[in-house]
Write a protein that binds this ligand. Structure first.
Ligand code: ZN
Length: 80
């Protein structure tokens, strides 16, 4: 099980705070994938449907600069 010690297995823990209720949600992503996403490309191409939930991608997108930062937690999404 040596692969666990490989640097590529390192995880970046991201958090995003709900702009509606202040609840914080977290999501662990492979550090390499997050770095690649910050260099460019769509969030879906780096964090595909099936491996990550829509809510995971919302957290990820909130951790890169964007024009209108806005994050809603799961329960607040449901109330929309
Ligand atoms: Zn909320």
């Amino acid at each position: 099980m040596t692969y666990l010690n490989m640097p590529s297995a390192s995880i970046t823990h991201l958090t995003a705070k709900c702009t509606q209720c202040g609840h914080e949600e977290g999501c662990g992503v492979p550090t390499a994938a997050f770095k690649a996403y910050k260099r460019g490309g769509s969030v879906q191409s780096h964090f595909p449907v099936g491996e990550y939930t829509a809510q995971n991608r919302e957290v990820i997108m909130d951790n890169v600069p964007r024009p209108f930062p806005h994050f809603l937690c799961g329960p607040c999404w449901d109330e929309l």
